[in-house]
Write a new protein. Structure first.
Length: 181
């Protein structure tokens, strides 16, 4: 019995030592993941800041960084705690909670005022920035970068075309009156 206990304890210690070695090697990768997430979220935030929206650079920067961090913690933060075959790690659980939490933040940015809904684009932007952060946290840099580019195209280029369309359409109100934010 004592011999079994010592063997089991040594296995746990060796597993923990290997875990620590792997974690120090991966720490730079984790830092890169949150850095990329913060930069990509910040780029979208700069566009929103330029448009003088409620959720600007800092909000988007923090949401992307935080989402990436939650994804890293979800995927790697509990690895050392699981030392037996009976335990399983479900990395999607924390990511799913990020989506739920961002839903609450987004709901707080949407305002119904004078028979118009405002803040919908901002809420959607914060939501997609959270997804970009989760992608960075998972190490999917190309997917996150492509998504950021598409978001910026959606916000900037489509804004240009809608602005031109609104000025040439008879009976249409100005962009400021029709804006969803």
């Amino acid at each position: 019995m004592l011999l079994f206990w010592l063997f089991e304890r040594k296995t746990v210690i060796l597993s923990f030592d290997r875990y620590i070695e792997n974690m120090t090697g991966m720490t730079l990768e984790f830092i890169l993941r949150i850095f990329v997430a913060a930069v990509l979220g910040g780029l979208i935030g700069l566009e929103r800041e330029y448009r003088a929206k409620e959720a600007g650079f800092r909000t988007h920067f923090l949401v992307a960084l935080g989402s990436a961090l939650f994804m890293i913690i979800s995927a790697y933060g509990f690895e050392g705690a699981l030392v037996s075959a009976e335990h399983r790690l479900d990395v999607s659980r924390i990511a799913a909670q990020v989506v739920t939490g961002i839903g609450f933040i987004g709901a707080g940015t949407i305002i119904f005022q004078k028979n118009a809904v405002r803040g919908l684009t901002t809420a959607a932007g914060v939501w997609v920035v959270a997804a970009i952060g989760l992608a960075c946290g998972a190490g999917m840099y190309l997917l996150a970068t492509a998504s950021t580019i598409l978001v910026l195209i959606g916000l900037e280029a489509f804004n240009y075309f809608l602005h031109k369309f609104n000025h040439h359409s008879p009976g249409r109100h100005s962009e400021e009156e029709n804006s969803d934010e």
